[in-house]
Design a binder for this molecule. Structure first.
Ligand SMILES: [Zn+2]
Length: 77
C-alpha cells in the first residue's frame, strides 16, 4: 500500500513515513501512522478499514481533509 505520505509493507509488517510529514502537525503524523498500521489489520480501504480508523483515530476524516489540502499546497510550491 503506497500513498504520498506513507507506505505499508503488509507481508514484512513494515511502515514507511514520508519525511515531509515532519513539517506537519503531530495529528497529521498520528493519522498517517494509524492509517498504515491499520493496513496490517486490513489490506484494503474498505468498510472494515474505516471501522478500524474510527476506533483508533475518530477524527481521521478531518485530518485527512487537511492533509489533502496541504498536499495541494505543497505541490503548487
Ligand atoms: Zn492506505
Amino acid at each position: 500500500m503506497r500513498t504520498k505520505w506513507g507506505t505499508c509493507n503488509i507481508d514484512r509488517k513494515r511502515i514507511w513515513i514520508n519525511l515531509q510529514l515532519a513539517k506537519k502537525t503531530p495529528e497529521c503524523l498520528a493519522y498517517v501512522v494509524t492509517h498504515e498500521l491499520v493496513h496490517l489489520l486490513e489490506r484494503n480501504h474498505n468498510e472494515q478499514f474505516q471501522k478500524y480508523m474510527d476506533t483508533f483515530f475518530p477524527e481521521w476524516r478531518v485530518v485527512k481533509e487537511k492533509l489533502n489540502q496541504q498536499m495541494l499546497d505543497y505541490m503548487s510550491e
